[in-house]
Design a protein around this ligand. Structure first.
Ligand SMILES: Cc1cc2nc3c(=O)[nH]c(=O)nc-3n(C[C@H](O)[C@H](O)[C@H](O)COP(=O)(O)OP(=O)(O)OC[C@H]3O[C@@H](n4cnc5c(N)ncnc54)[C@H](O)[C@@H]3O)c2cc1C
Length: 367
């Protein structure tokens, strides 16, 4: 079985590795020098609950991927010598208004079905746990099972693992089109010629819609720009993710922290503007005012591949035997990479998966 994976972000790299580990011959095609710019620019949270506004059929898959994280990152570290810095120190989801606090009470009920240790804290208890928090918060949901990785290091580890695994890697080769007859996809065209395979996996993130259009497949994946500030010299250390409706902080092993993130549709524009800085610093003031004098070390910008329901497309496209999608992971691509890789490898190599991917059927919005 020869599989072509298009796109070497966190999703395409994870899928390619999983297929290779299960014995498939794999070709991985990436248009940019390194690839995975969005993945490396992310905050790296492995957070099934804190940014999820309500109970949803997607949660069993989110939770499954969260549970794969320790083993997945350990194997990457052992195989490559690059530590993705997996940390499972949890998250405090902070309420900034009485209405937010009420919402957290509702959330606690469904979160507890997965994580029985989740609890609602009053403002004082939350500030004792995390002294950086602003004293005027209203409550906090403690989510001990959430964690994070250092996204740039994760991407470096994945790249090294891909290089070591015997995957045929084509870097700097944009896939110009997917080749298929009326029933089946059988390859990809690049500027350098045609690459044929038994299956093609599209993992092109925010660049997916244009690649599928010539096949008559109209799937919406919109780039949603996100800017993050890197903070150093924190006056008070941060030990867990501090998240809120206006922004979040993610600590790093070296004592720095990420302050994220903006959300806006701006096409493929990768600039960070003064307005982004303003809104992020305003969020910092509301969530963790004790960090007001931290140093701004820089910023990252990425394009989230968003879909109409903010859930990914995972699976085969109706009417195109051999054409699989693993894209549109929106706000959760880092969280969902290990389970997506597993599900896609199951589908291609075994024809089915036991993972709960029904909510991600790529045909759900097809006309
Ligand atoms: C500011 C910000 C913060 C985030 N924080 C988190 C977080 O805390 N937790 C979380 O889970 N997620 C987070 N995300 C979301 C996460 O980063 C994305 O969901 C994830 O990176 C998507 O991965 P991907 O592999 O699909 O896309 P990408 O990383 O964009 O990779 C797609 C790859 O495909 C390549 N490509 C495109 N077209 C072609 C072509 N025609 N031929 C060949 N190659 C092609 C691109 O060059 C690219 O390398 C965040 C995103 C942003 C922007």
């Amino acid at each position: 079985m020869r599989v072509i994976v298009v796109g070497a972000g966190v999703i395409g790299s994870a899928v390619a590795l999983e297929l290779r580990q299960r014995g498939a011959e794999v070709v991985l095609i990436e248009s940019h020098a390194e690839g995975g710019h969005t993945s490396a620019a992310s905050a790296g949270m492995v957070n099934p609950f804190s940014l999820t506004p309500e109970d949803s059929p997607a949660l069993p898959f989110y939770w499954h991927s969260r549970q794969m994280y320790a083993e997945w990152t350990r194997a990457l570290y052992e195989g490559t010598g690059i530590d993705p810095e997996w940390r499972d120190a949890g998250c405090l989801r902070v309420a900034l208004t009485p209405a937010d606090a009420e919402q957290l009470r509702v959330n606690l009920e469904w979160v507890r079905r997965y994580d029985s240790c989740a609890e609602l804290l009053d403002a004082q208890s939350a500030c004792r746990l995390e002294p950086a928090l602003s004293p005027n918060i209203h409550a906090a949901l403690h989510l001990p099972s959430e964690g994070w990785v250092h996204a740039e290091r994760l991407m470096r580890a994945l790249r090294r693992a891909v290089q070591l695994s015997g995957i045929n890697l084509y870097i700097g080769y944009p896939a110009l089109s997917v080749l298929g007859d009326e029933e089946r996809a059988y390859g990809v065209r690049t500027a350098d010629g045609v690459i044929e395979g038994d299956a093609v996996v599209i993992a092109t993130g925010a660049w997916t819609t244009a690649l599928l259009k010539p096949l008559g497949i109209h799937l919406r994946v919109e780039p949603v720009r996100g800017v993050i500030l890197k903070l150093g010299d924190l006056p008070v250390p941060v030990r867990r993710i501090l998240s809120s409706p206006v922004g979040y902080l993610v600590p790093r092993a070296d004592g720095t922290a990420l302050l994220g993130a903006t959300r806006e549709q701006a096409g493929y524009d990768l600039r960070a503007t003064t307005e982004h800085y303003l809104s992020l610093l305003h969020a910092l003031w509301r969530v963790a005012s004790a960090l007001h004098h931290a140093t701004v070390l820089g910023h990252t910008v990425g394009l989230r591949p968003d879909t109409p329901d903010h859930n990914p497309y995972i699976g085969m496209i109706r009417g195109y035997e051999g054409l699989y999608l693993a894209t549109g992971h929106a706000y959760h691509g880092i969280l969902l990479a290990p389970a997506t890789a597993c599900a896609v490898a199951d589908l291609i190599l075994n024809g089915a998966t036991e993972l709960p991917i029904e909510p991600f059927n790529p045909n759900r919005f097809l006309r």
